[in-house]
Design a binder for this molecule. Structure first.
Ligand code: GRF
Length: 193
């Protein structure tokens, strides 16, 4: 099986990006070849510089231009796309270009706490306000609907009544760090079948 080049799309901190770079470093299955970021000030870009991974800033407006983004994907021979904290909706031409080859991670147990406006701390605050006894992470295929694609995998963690929204965010983040790379690796091994 040929090693698959992954492009990670991120808008902010990029902790999942870094975790994926480290997980796949030296892997025969895949490597993170490119970070695409829509925000020039995002910390994810700093991580890319430090890790020696190529990065490209593609603004929300530029994302609408297939003639700009598709050649970038070809240049890096991208075979799989990971959205990790990427806020703009992915345009249809990209979804069509990566059928069953583009996943998103969402910090709740979808379909709960998903959809427009449900990102980052908004999700964890909503989980707290709803008095949930558990939360978790969801990996799903990307479709034109926000947080709407078929669910691939979920991992869950119990919550205590005294957990704050920050505690909930922390517990959920630990799940992402532990499980997201492994879930992607399993998918990639299936892609290669
Ligand atoms: C993660 O919680 C992910 O589930 C969500 O956005 C966050 C991204 O965090 N989609 P980071 O930028 O990878 O640190």
């Amino acid at each position: 099986m040929q090693r698959i080049n992954i492009a990670v799309f991120a808008s902010g901190d990029g902790s999942n990006f870094e975790n994926l770079v480290n997980y796949f470093s030296g892997s025969a299955v895949a490597r993170v070849a490119l970070l695409v970021c829509n925000k020039p000030e995002a910390y994810a870009l700093e991580r890319a510089r430090r890790l020696g991974v190529d990065a490209s800033v593609v603004t929300k407006a530029e994302l609408q231009q297939p003639e700009l983004v598709l050649p970038l994907m070809r240049k890096y021979n991208i075979g799989f796309v990971v959205l990790a904290g990427f806020l703009p909706l992915m345009p249809n031409y990209m979804i069509d270009a990566f059928p069953q080859r583009m996943v998103n991670i969402h910090p709740s147990l979808l379909p709960k706490f998903g959809g427009k406006g449900m990102w980052g701390h908004h999700v964890h605050e909503a989980v707290k306000a709803a008095g949930e006894t558990e939360t978790g992470m969801t990996v799903h295929w990307v479709t034109p609907q926000c947080d709407g694609g078929t669910i691939i995998a979920q991992r869950r963690v119990a919550l205590l009544p005294e957990d704050t929204a920050d505690d909930i965010a922390h517990k959920e983040h630990l799940l992402e760090m532990e499980h997201f790379p492994k879930i992607i690796e399993e998918l990639l091994l299936r892609c290669g079948d």
